[in-house]
Design a protein around this ligand. Structure first.
Ligand SMILES: Cc1cc2nc3c(=O)[nH]c(=O)nc-3n(C[C@H](O)[C@H](O)[C@H](O)COP(=O)(O)OP(=O)(O)OC[C@H]3O[C@@H](n4cnc5c(N)ncnc54)[C@H](O)[C@@H]3O)c2cc1C
Length: 317
């Protein structure tokens, strides 16, 4: 029997594990991780579906965004919506600068239209352009247990285990899928991997039925029981205790930008470390074994396409 190991039980590891089970129903899939559900970054994120990755091949983003849209919109309209914590939400994508075109991730919104001057005036002087958007919110706290249950129902095995070296798995699995997120700083000694520390504040404001997601790091994202107000983006910072000064700053910005939030009850703060692989991007082209002469030109052309696409995907500013 084919034996596959997935390292990591965050949203990336569990999604990969379930997708592998669907593609290879006869394989034995094991998810191994040292942290699960509430101890992962995936648990507390704001959860708005905005598929994008800086400096990444546009064709890949299109593929990932298209697959993700199919999956999440289908769930949001299905009877699984409540338990999976995946539901439609509408709101505003706002920008501090005039936009010549919609942000790329809006290609995957269910619907998207430029907001009127009248609507925009509600957000000035902070934002000068924006779109009204229908997308999904994925609530990690519900979605991870839901995905875990789907995985186990199909015979998936969960192992609580810290992997110190990929060598530990050698000879035991046919394929190892590494979804260890920030854990790769140690696991694979990935020097390009950094944390972007994100702190959010959870509030109770059920009267606000729309989200705001802006390009100056302000967002208000309602979920089923509360809403996330965010967020900090601190590169290469690793402390996970909430910083009270960050909370006060986020709250001040939120009240300025969305005065309707003023009467909200402040519930708790949460910090997560976003795994970010910075530039330069590395395109790997090795391991051709006994076929390197034969594959050299084809893989060389593929590399050239990837490099071109990576360069085009760079932010213009
Ligand atoms: C404040 C904040 C808001 C966010 N909002 C959004 C948003 O609105 N939309 C969005 O798309 N994204 C958002 N994100 C980003 C998103 O949360 C992360 O990109 C995502 O959760 C990463 O998932 P992951 O599975 O890679 O990592 P994690 O959830 O961190 O999981 C990593 C897994 O790997 C395991 N692991 C690591 N090392 C080892 C090891 N050596 N041995 C065994 N197991 C190991 C861990 O135990 C864990 O199970 C946000 C993040 C933050 C912090």
């Amino acid at each position: 029997m084919t034996n596959i190991a997935v390292i990591g039980a965050g949203i990336v590891g569990l999604s990969s594990a379930v997708a592998i089970q669907r593609a290879l129903p006869n394989a034995r899939v094991t998810v191994m991780a040292d942290k699960f559900t509430t101890d992962t970054t995936s648990d507390g994120a704001g959860g708005v579906f905005v598929p994008y990755a800086i400096d990444t091949d546009r064709n890949l983003i299109r593929k990932w965004g298209t697959e993700g849209s199919r999956h999440f919109y289908q769930l949001a309209f299905s009877e699984h919506s409540k338990d999976a914590g995946v539901y439609l939400s509408h709101g505003y994508e706002l920008s501090t600068k005039p936009l010549t075109e919609p942000p790329p991730f809006l290609d995957f919104a269910l619907s998207c239209s430029r907001i009127s001057k009248e609507e925009l005036s509600r957000f000035q002087p902070f934002y000068v352009d924006g779109y009204h958007v229908v997308t999904v919110i994925v609530e990690g706290r519900k979605y991870l247990p839901w995905l875990t249950a789907r995985f186990q129902e199909k015979g998936g095995v969960i192992e609580t285990r810290k992997i110190d070296s990929l060598d530990e798995l050698e000879g035991k699995y046919d394929v190892v899928v590494n979804c260890a997120g920030l854990g790769n700083q140690k696991l694979t000694d990935d020097k390009q991997l950094k944390a972007i520390r994100g702190q959010i504040l959870r509030v109770y404001a059920p009267w606000i039925k729309f989200f705001i997601h802006a390009n100056d790091n302000f967002y208000f994202l309602p979920s089923s029981e509360n809403a996330a107000v965010g967020a900090t983006r601190q590169l290469d910072r690793y402390d996970v205790t909430p910083d009270p000064s960050d909370t006060e700053e986020m709250w001040k910005r939120a009240v300025e930008r969305l005065p309707a939030i003023k009467g909200a009850k402040r519930l708790w703060e949460w910090v997560g470390l976003r795994p970010y692989r910075g530039p330069p991007k590395v395109v790997h082209n090795y391991g051709h074994g006994a076929y390197g002469i034969s594959l050299s030109w084809g893989t060389g052309v593929h590399v050239a396409e990837m490099v071109d696409s990576l360069l085009k995907a760079r932010p213009k500013l």
